[in-house]
Design a binder for this molecule. Structure first.
Ligand SMILES: Cc1cc2nc3c(=O)[nH]c(=O)nc-3n(C[C@H](O)[C@H](O)[C@H](O)COP(=O)(O)O)c2cc1C
Length: 239
């Protein structure tokens, strides 16, 4: 049990560059997708497909796709930022502001103007020399029975994510989720490039590789008594 909790603690977003000269060994890829296949999914719908991309020329072509930041992302992102490590440690949710450009950090900024002024970014900036990308697609036709808005389907995709992430961590591989891949323009460009059909949408991408640097950032969580309730909501007591 301790081993499992250690692995859960150690799993982290590996946002540093990866060593592009170190491919992911096939047995490791096999284990990661095997772990995905055993994820719990609502009604066992198995509503996902995974495209493993490790061909360097395909990765390069993906890296040349342009993205734009939306004002909605900027506004909602700014609310989750802590200006210092100390502030993050106190708040215990969200992320550190220094991950983002200075113009993005002020919660009351004019985000329409900031987004309009931002030059397009290339996906290579997000890929950061990753030798492998896992593209997780979902099939909205495989909705669990009566799941309004496919909520149960999305929860299932999270289970797939965690299974793969824990497996990558246990293999000593870095993994970072890249939500930018599910934006509409990126999805359209990738659909053309990779040929996946219209009924499949991108849930998220996982950047996978051997981190070229050790990760060095503060990870915070709420204390258990901030979200665990005993016997009734708001109920106190040892958990
Ligand atoms: C659905 C989902 C989307 C995420 N999207 C991104 C992303 O686009 N870029 C990123 O660096 N991290 C992304 N993350 C990682 C979270 O920011 C991260 O898990 C959280 O800050 C806690 O840090 P930790 O993973 O190191 O524990 C995502 C995580 C989830 C579950």
């Amino acid at each position: 049990m301790q081993d499992l909790l250690d692995l859960i603690h150690q799993r982290h977003s590996a946002r540093t560059p990866y060593d592009s000269s170190r491919a992911i060994p096939q047995p490791a890829l096999d284990q990661i997708v095997e772990a995905a296949s055993w994820a719990p999914t609502a009604h066992n719908m198995q509503n996902f497909e995974i495209v493993v991309i490790d061909d360097p020329s395909t990765l390069q072509a993906i890296g040349a796709i342009e993205t734009r930041t939306s004002p909605v992302f900027l506004r909602e992102n700014a609310r989750q930022l802590s200006a210092s490590v100390e502030a993050l440690r106190q708040r215990r949710t969200g992320v550190i502001a220094s991950m983002f450009p200075p113009a993005w950090r002020e919660p009351d900024a004019d985000f329409e103007a900031i987004a309009a002024a931002e030059p397009a970014a290339l996906l290579s900036h997000s890929l950061q020399s990753a030798p492998c990308l896992l593209l997780v697609l979902y099939d909205a036709r495989k909705r669990a029975p009566a799941s309004e808005g496919d909520v149960l389907g999305f929860i299932s995709l999270g289970c797939v994510m965690e299974n793969m992430w824990l497996t990558a961590q246990s293999l000593g591989l870095g993994l970072q989720i890249l939500s930018v891949f599910s934006s509409e323009p990126v999805e359209a460009a990738l659909r053309r490039m990779l040929g996946f059909p219209a009924h499949l949408k991108i849930a998220y991408a996982c950047r996978l590789g051997h981190p070229a640097e050790a990760h060095d950032y503060v990870r915070v969580r709420r204390p258990l008594d901030a979200f665990v309730h005993r016997n009734r909501y708001g109920g106190e007591g040892p958990i």
